[in-house]
Write a protein that binds this ligand. Structure first.
Ligand code: PGA
Length: 244
């Protein structure tokens, strides 16, 4: 019997305006009773409004990034403490769009995850290989090296790992269940503590209602990090409903 409760997380990326907070009501209306944890990560501009709307609901709030610093002269940055202040319980760190678009190194990602942990936030640490690495048969090796270099010291229940193959993000081409299971099992086996069975490992990359069932049925896939398909409240609710 698994001790892990599935987590379905929506990553809105740089999408959404104030009017889109109506998503919360629509999502809730389409949600059936669920046995899974649900998290939404809107852009920073909407965190405050979402925090107020979600306060009375069983939907957690997360951010998409945080600074490794606690406070101070860091123009444009947002600290983990500020996110906590807005009601966030989670923060994504090391998403491949930040690693590639903003040159974030494993060391920086690790310090962001540590900053999140210091504030009592759960970091969702993203790792994943690119297409060349997969085609050259180096996918597992690449991902485990990223994990080793960006993982902070933490108990398994204080962190979430998201395996997101770069070639599957926003492309409509998801990893197959065998590819996902192989990687998730490798990540769990590489977990440094004795509590690997408590670690939640999400799959991310073109998760949609028509492929979520087979991915979530894999024994080491504990949920999903969903980009595009989280923007439509009914589609995201279908994903949550079929994970229950
Ligand atoms: P996608 O994005 O579902 O649109 O592929 C996933 C992610 O980047 O978290």
């Amino acid at each position: 019997m698994t001790i892990r409760r599935p987590l379905i997380a929506g990553n809105w990326k740089m999408n959404g305006r104030v009017a889109d907070t109506a998503w919360v009501e629509r999502f809730q209306d389409a949600l059936a009773a669920s046995e899974v944890d649900v998290l939404v990560c809107p852009p920073a501009t909407l965190l405050h409004a979402f925090g107020e709307l979600l306060a009375s609901r069983a939907i957690a709030l997360g951010a998409q990034d945080c600074s490794p610093e606690p406070d101070g002269a860091y123009t444009g940055d947002i600290s983990a403490g500020m996110l906590k202040d807005l009601g966030c319980s989670h923060v994504i760190v090391g998403h491949s769009e930040r690693r590639s678009g903003h040159g974030e190194s494993d060391a920086l990602v690790r310090s962001k995850a540590e900053a999140a942990l210091r504030e009592g936030l759960t970091p969702i640490l993203c790792i994943g290989e690119n297409l060349k690495e997969r085609e050259e048969g180096r996918a597992v090796e690449t991902v485990l090296a990223q994990l080793a270099a960006s993982l902070p010291e933490a108990r398994a229940e204080k962190i979430v790992i998201a395996y997101e193959p770069v070639w599957a993000i926003g492309t409509g081409r998801s990893a197959g269940p065998d590819e996902a299971q192989e990687m998730h099992a490798a990540i769990r086996a590489a977990w440094p503590g004795a509590d690997a069975q408590a670690l939640r490992i999400l799959y991310g990359g073109s998760v949609k209602p028509d492929n979520a069932g087979e991915l979530l049925a894999c024994p080491d896939v504990d949920g999903a990090l969903v980009g595009g398909a989280s923007l439509d409240p009914r589609v995201f609710a279908r994903l949550v409903n079929l994970s229950s």
